[in-house]
Design a protein around this ligand. Structure first.
Ligand SMILES: [Fe+2]
Length: 195
């Protein structure tokens, strides 16, 4: 599997007017009809009713891109059409992930519809989003990692404990630290396959 690490677009800042994310799919392109990528979310603060969480619409992995409005590259691509959200066609029900412990692991199919919920607190809700793509998927994305990480990964690989293909551009530790929190969010990445 390829591994990609990033910031999650569901980490809704609350300093301006509070808002919840529109229900959307992170796969905002003509994607395969079977599982090709898993998102692993790890909250870095506890999540509860006050600071919101993420809701996931179960069963929506069966839907395709025709349920969406907003093409890739738009501000909020992957938005699910409103009329699909109030009927049975939207999936088999909501799962509102309230009360998730800091450090918990939430795994979901990249195709599932979901949304970051309203954050009523003054704290930024933050969680890691790691996307694991199937090895056959022609994923074009690359990680940017500090060179100091390379020997750690190589050592794990030598011992047979890595189990991941890590497509990375290696930069200096300073460069990695300068840029790692200054990246795009959510659907600003292109998860589509190479031609
Ligand atoms: Fe998302």
């Amino acid at each position: 599997m390829d591994l990609l690490l990033g910031q999650c677009g569901d980490a809704t800042p609350s300093r301006d007017l509070p808002a919840r994310q529109p229900v959307h799919a992170d796969a905002d392109f003509a994607f395969p009809s079977h599982l090709f990528a898993l998102v692993v979310n790890v909250p870095l603060i506890p999540m509860h009713e006050h600071n919101g969480s993420s809701e996931v619409l179960l069963g929506t992995y069966t839907q395709d891109v025709s349920a969406q409005e907003g093409a890739h590259g738009d501000r909020a691509s992957g938005r699910i059409m409103e009329h699909l959200l109030d009927g049975s066609s939207s999936g088999s029900g909501f799962r509102d992930f309230r009360r998730i412990d800091k450090g918990a692991v939430v795994i979901r199919d990249l195709r599932l519809w979901h949304a970051g919920m309203l954050n009523r607190s003054q704290d930024v809700r933050i969680m890691l989003a790691m996307i694991h793509f199937a090895p056959w998927y022609r994923n074009r994305m690359r990680l940017e990692l500090g060179k100091d990480v390379k020997p750690l990964l190589e050592d794990l690989d030598r011992k047979g404990e890595l189990g991941l293909e890590v497509p990375a551009d290696w930069v200096s530790r300073d460069e990695a630290l300068r840029r790692y929190m200054n990246r795009g969010f959510g659907n600003s990445y292109d998860f589509d396959q190479e031609a």
